[in-house]
Design a protein around this ligand. Sequence first.
Ligand SMILES: Cc1cc2nc3c(=O)[nH]c(=O)nc-3n(C[C@H](O)[C@H](O)[C@H](O)COP(=O)(O)OP(=O)(O)OC[C@H]3O[C@@H](n4cnc5c(N)ncnc54)[C@H](O)[C@@H]3O)c2cc1C
Length: 450
Amino acid sequence: MKSVGVIGAGASGIITAKILKEKGFHVSVFEEKNHIGGVWKYNKDINIGSIYKSLKTNLPKESMVFLNSNQTYKSQFSYIDHQDVYKYLDDNIKSWGLLESIKFNTKVISIKPLNNYSLKLNNISSHDVNEFYVDNINNTKWKLKAIYNDNVISYVFDYIVICSGHFSKPNDGIKNINGQHNIKITHSKNYRSPDKFKGNIICVGNGASGKDISLELKQHGCNVYIAKKDIGIDEENRSLNRNIYKKNIYESYFISMPLDIINKNDKSLVITSYGNEIEVDHIILCTGYIYQYDFIKDIIKVSENQNVYPLYKDIIHTYYPSMAFIGLQKNILPFVLFEAQAEYISSLWLRNSIEDLSTRKTEIENRYKKSNYKDVHNIQTHHWNYIYDLYSFVGIPESYKSKLRLIQLVFDDALNNKDNNPYDYRNFNYNINYKKNKWSKTIDNTRSII
Ligand SMILES: Cc1cc2nc3c(=O)[nH]c(=O)nc-3n(C[C@H](O)[C@H](O)[C@H](O)COP(=O)(O)OP(=O)(O)OC[C@H]3O[C@@H](n4cnc5c(N)ncnc54)[C@H](O)[C@@H]3O)c2cc1C
């Protein structure tokens, strides 16, 4: 029986473990925390975890499912509390009998190929995969070292799957702000609730967490500006000249990005990119996260512009096909994509054959070129083609096909709906009737807005 080490017991790790186990692999999951669920486990300690107390999903629960699951969400609503997602994952783990495969409180500190080859990754440019000069090593085994109870323990595996997530290392977002000042700067990772916030606040970033946190702070009585790139000076001036006493919490006041902080007459002022000065109490960086793979830094590189390489189809290590990555991409439907990737690697490893090295390198080069070497892992525009492509390799059962199609329709509609109703999209509810092959959407105006 071939052995697999899976790093992480979040959503991607558990579906991967379930599929590989089902296909006959011997699976061990390593989890540094004492619980499953990864980001979906809320912790009021601001140093642990990445979600805030009031967080509701930004996707409908009908799309946050595993095809391989017979568990259901208990909530009647589509946009649900983080606890409900955690429960769905926990229910699945229990029903799949996976708990005994997870080594909790066990942090993986290094993974190295057992053979003597080593990849020379130093000084590699951000995109030229040809600079690697090791040969194709198809069947490398792996030596994994982990810490448990202060002891380092070593294991050997035939295969490794990295499911360690990418929502734990904050992207600082604004780099040049140093020096002494009175403005508190917090990353959204460390934001839990609005209770301790007051006065003027700048939320940097207008993504999902920027929108949620700024609205929550406005409801709490704060005066909030949202800093983002690509705004005109007129818009910034309008935001700064508005009458804050007539504020509408659903209206956003956009400004350009903070450039610096200066001290003037005992006050600390933020200087915007257009040179305006704003008196601010707090800056919250809703600037997302960056990739971090410290425990495999000799074999995987993260470029300055956040390209993780060299990965064939964004999953398989090009030079070590016995190592895979699940869930690395952005702007995806996470659970569905994780499952498709896990199905793909289990099929690939069972067949024990993969396209030759030059085909794999060409796939990477083409993909990088197409995206102009930037934002390579953002697959929003071809997300579904990517998933269907993986399933066409695996051979998807008919019953999955129609299920997947309905989930796709709901997900696509939900994204559109979110763009059109950025503050009340969570009042909509979806329903999928798999038997009748139908989905529907209704609105419920009685719910609170976030
Ligand atoms: C604020 C926020 C809101 C989100 N909202 C949604 C939403 O509404 N809908 C949605 O579908 N998705 C949402 N997501 C995305 C969410 O991250 C994915 O749904 C998914 O849960 C990611 O799962 P994962 O397993 O890839 O990563 P994680 O959940 O991060 O799990 C990774 C696990 O690996 C463990 N680990 C890491 N390194 C090591 C190591 N060296 N050794 C041992 N263990 C290790 C970690 O402890 C963790 O448990 C949101 C994310 C954030 C941050």
